[in-house]
Design a protein around this ligand. Structure first.
Ligand SMILES: [Zn+2]
Length: 326
């Protein structure tokens, strides 16, 4: 087994729980027997990851440098959901920074709701779209190039943490970017969600797979304190809001390994197909897919219009000296 040390607890005993990814390609997945963190057997190096994304990028975005309307609409609605659930917990003037902002919809939704907000995105196509179409303050960039000046008030990390070869390094870095009364919101797939099909579970790009307990343990040992967990323990996505804490003590949840194994062992294809809402949800999915396709174009046109109107209003409100300089 390749992994030497668990990124969460530095444990060295692992158990193999998977040999294939969701596309049936070889991929070893292991669980740490001490804390229950699930990860690749071989953690890719920075160089291997860079190579993977360079290739993946060419394959996935060949001929499609701009995101489809459907993708933009989903991202926008997601941004609205995230804003809606965070709003009661944040100050109305808090500045927002998103690491791995993708299309930038979440950054934009916060901006339209009065927050100074910006983000970084390494992917050229999405970052260009974000800046040019949605007029966001999303620039090309890497998290580890950001200054750790304790200046940030709210940092968002949405479907990004699972891609790091060391989520600990990323969270420790983010803690250094945040002011001591700053907040950190993280969202990622929940491997403890019921009915996740085992053969669909693992993906090369998702290097670490979290349960509610393992994400909380990791964040707490990187100087965070859980404030709110949105959704239920069984939600397909973990959604957690953390405040900053002085403690970086690691407290291992003694049940996480056993409970994660139970979820993994229960995630069989049979159980997946037998979920009570499987058939109806399939039909609903097909119907909503068609509807989505038809409405996405109009939805995105409206969103872009809103972004342009907002930018024009901002311009009008700016002092004369700034306007002539722009
Ligand atoms: Zn561990």
């Amino acid at each position: 087994m390749g992994q030497k040390q668990c990124d969460l607890c530095a444990g060295t005993e692992f158990e193999q729980i998977g040999t294939r990814d969701r596309h049936h390609q070889p991929l070893e997945t292991v669980i740490c027997k001490t804390c229950g963190l699930v990860a690749h057997g071989q953690i890719p190096s920075d160089e291997e990851l860079a190579r993977y994304y360079a290739t993946e990028y060419r394959q996935s975005y060949h001929g499609e440098m701009t995101p489809s309307d459907r993708r933009v609409m989903r991202a926008w609605k997601n941004g609205e959901r995230i804003f809606g659930q965070l709003q009661p917990h944040i100050e109305p003037d808090m500045e927002v920074f998103e690491g791995g902002a993708g299309i930038g919809c979440t950054v934009k939704v916060f901006e339209l709701n009065g927050h100074a907000s910006r983000g970084i995105e390494p992917g050229e196509g999405f970052q260009n779209y974000s800046q040019q179409q949605l007029l966001t303050n999303v620039v090309r960039g890497d998290l580890f190039e950001q200054p750790r000046d304790k200046s940030h008030e709210l940092i968002l990390l949405v479907h990004v943490i699972e891609h790091f070869n060391s989520p600990r390094k990323a969270l420790e870095y983010i803690r250094g970017m945040l002011s001591d009364d700053g907040l950190f919101y993280v969202e990622c797939p929940n491997i403890a969600a019921p009915f996740a099909r085992r053969s669909k579970m693992f993906h090369y790009a998702h290097i670490h797979n979290f349960t509610p307990a393992s994400l909380k343990m990791l964040a707490e040992s990187c100087g965070f304190k859980l404030e709110v967990q949105f959704g239920s323990q069984e939600d397909p996505n973990l959604q957690m809001l953390f405040s900053c804490s002085d403690s970086t003590e690691l407290t291992i949840d003694p049940d996480n390994y056993r409970e994660t194994m139970q979820v993994i062992n229960g995630a069989t294809p049979l159980r997946y197909h037998l979920r009570p809402y499987y058939f109806s949800s399939r039909a609903t999915k097909v119907a909503s897919y068609l509807k989505e396709h038809l409405t996405a174009k109009q939805f995105v046109a409206n969103a872009i219009q809103e972004c342009q109107k907002f930018a024009a209003e901002q311009q009008d409100e700016a002092p004369e000296s700034l306007r002539s300089a722009a």
